[in-house]
Design a protein around this ligand. Sequence first.
Ligand code: FES
Length: 159
Amino acid sequence: SSSSPPPSSSSSPPSASHFIGRKEDIVKTGRVTKLVNGCRDVLVLYHQGQLHAMDMRCYHSGGALQYGDIEEFNGRACIVCPWHKYKITLAEGEGLYQAVDDPTARPLRTHWRSKGVKQRIHKVTEVNGDVYVTLNNSSEAIESDVYQTEKYRAVLLPA
Ligand code: FES
């Protein structure tokens, strides 16, 4: 019933994908968290017609991204971590920061730059209104991996 095309046009969920919930419910709340495959806490977000999935805890210090606001920086939609306001792009998991090119210039001019991919992004598939996540199992280490352990899972995160 949405005007935007679903992320995938397949008629059955991809193998190795995990059911997250009904799209209409995720659209209503804008976000949902789920322990996927018993091993990974994932945050699924709905923003401007698109579904995104990423590791739930912020790469910086394990912050509770599910309580973050979504804002645009440099034309890129980001989740802003409520703990220390780090900005993470929804689509790529890139950490954005404001760089100062010339510290002697007045007024100071800043530009948005990327630190590269810091937050692990997972694949979202929608099939007949059901939303699935396929974990991104790339062996390359991503900083947010550090907070996907039993130790952090046992901690109830404040907003
Ligand atoms: Fe520090 Fe997210 S934990 S900005």
